[in-house]
Ligand binder design. Sequence first.
Ligand code: ADP
Ligand code: MG
Length: 559
Amino acid sequence: MNMRHAPWLALGFTLLLMVAGLPLIASGYVLAVAISMLSFTALAAAWSLFSGPTHYISLATVAFFGIGAYTAAIGGELMPWPLVLVVAGLVGVAVALVVGLSTLRLSGIYFVIFTFGLTELVRQLVTWYEVNIKGTVGRYLFLDIPQAVIYWQLAVLTGAVLLIAWLISRSRLGLAARVIGEDETVARHAGIDTTWAKITLFAISAAFMSVTGAVMAPRWTYVDPAIAFNPMISFQVVIMALLGGTGSLWGPVLGVVPLVLLFEFLTANFPNAFNILLGAVFMTIVYFLPRGVVGLVQDWWPQPVRMPAVTAPRIVDDAVLAVNGLGKSFGGLVAVHDLSFRVEAGQIVGLIGPNGSGKTTVLNMISGALKPDTGSIHLCGRRIDGLLPDRVATLGIARTFQLVRVLGSMTCRQNVEPAIAFRARPSSGNALDETADTLLARVGLAAAKVHMPASQLTYIDQKRVELARALALEPKLLLLDEWLAGLNPTELEEGINLIDSMRREGLSIIMVEHVMDAVRSLCDHCIVMNAGRLIAAGQTTAALADPEVVRAYLGGPDA
Ligand code: ADP
Ligand code: MG
């Protein structure tokens, strides 16, 4: 054990003793407030586990909490208590899986509204069941569990949520969630199965919320759907998590303690104005502390800087891409029509044509972002058209975007690491940092910038980071969509040398490009498109001299 950690361990242990021992010295009101704090901490930490990194704001907290409470109300007299808690967790997971599979395709405000609607739906279903099947609205609970025991259960539960959240934050799943929160498209193209990641996290989070509901149920002697599914709980949990800051494990704890105390104070002193004050608190937090208390602390806490190691070689197989009869329409517009071409190992193929001729659409189909209407795409003999982007990425196709896409609030290193972690042959642990730094050095990013958030980089450096992320997949084929566009003459020369060096290492590349000097010096072969059709293909000088190509370019707006 490291001696530097000793004071922290001592502090942690003391805190633990204080938390565990509280019911022995406190009772009544103090214990009730402590129970409230623990249950909200468990809920807020469970909420943050999913919503924090993914930025999918869920208002379904109370749906799962209520499901847990009802499981306890119904099962409490039928089975032993530990089993009740397990069943509550399982029911929560089951509902989360069903809901997740149908809704996690929604994003932004649609997801928020759906989760709110879900709570209402569950509440109405339970009400319907109680009224029509049981013949009453609410039910009485005869679960004789002392306050102290509820408190201890919650303490263990909260510890478990924090532990699991910590483990997840260090795992590939945690990394996946952070990238999803930044840019879901990039996540897919970095090889991340985003559906799997979101559903897994949503279900884990739901399980903890349901168990919290079950543990809390015995505090009520009477429960009805309006109590168990009170939407205010969902909102309170969001406020608490936001106040603490969702970026860190300690965020929920930091947010819950002051807010539970504030809520207690407000309900005691201004019972009638409580909801109005709650709204004011919500707005203040979002306005002044968008990244929470933890964000405030992190701004003042400098991050250490480490130096990267240098270049790694690459190895390559033969024949790479075969595209046959590829077609795609958007409504009535034929963006790509009957396109066929091949890319041999180690070739750089230029894909050129006037704006709107369908070049990006071709790259989107090859990388899995779009499903072709017709035709086939084979990567090293294996058919890949119609596969999702993350599958295509792990099979060996990496891409950059025409409008550069970096994960703005993550550091350069963190931009690159997910692709390393999710590629076909992942490297892990410390190797992850080193591999990322090597790649960033490889694309010419200054070592001092490795820990800088990508949003603070210059345009060329953002393009470098994007390229490093693509190379991190160890691709067989790299798709560059106007990677050289917008660079000044010096940067352009650096960029050309960089792409040239990748060719010399044997990487196959398709580059969409308007800079003709670059096309001439880098591309062995060229494909020329106009209005979705192939108008010339072959050795670069010959293809560019083709009369139809000359006409298309001279006739087009950006000749
Ligand atoms: P290029 O990259 O060669 O400039 P694109 O492939 O981006 O061209 O676009 C080809 C045509 O398809 C354009 O007319 C464009 O407006 C259209 N298009 C591209 N993507 C979409 C889309 N997602 N929905 C509708 N139309 C699209
Ligand atoms: Mg384009």
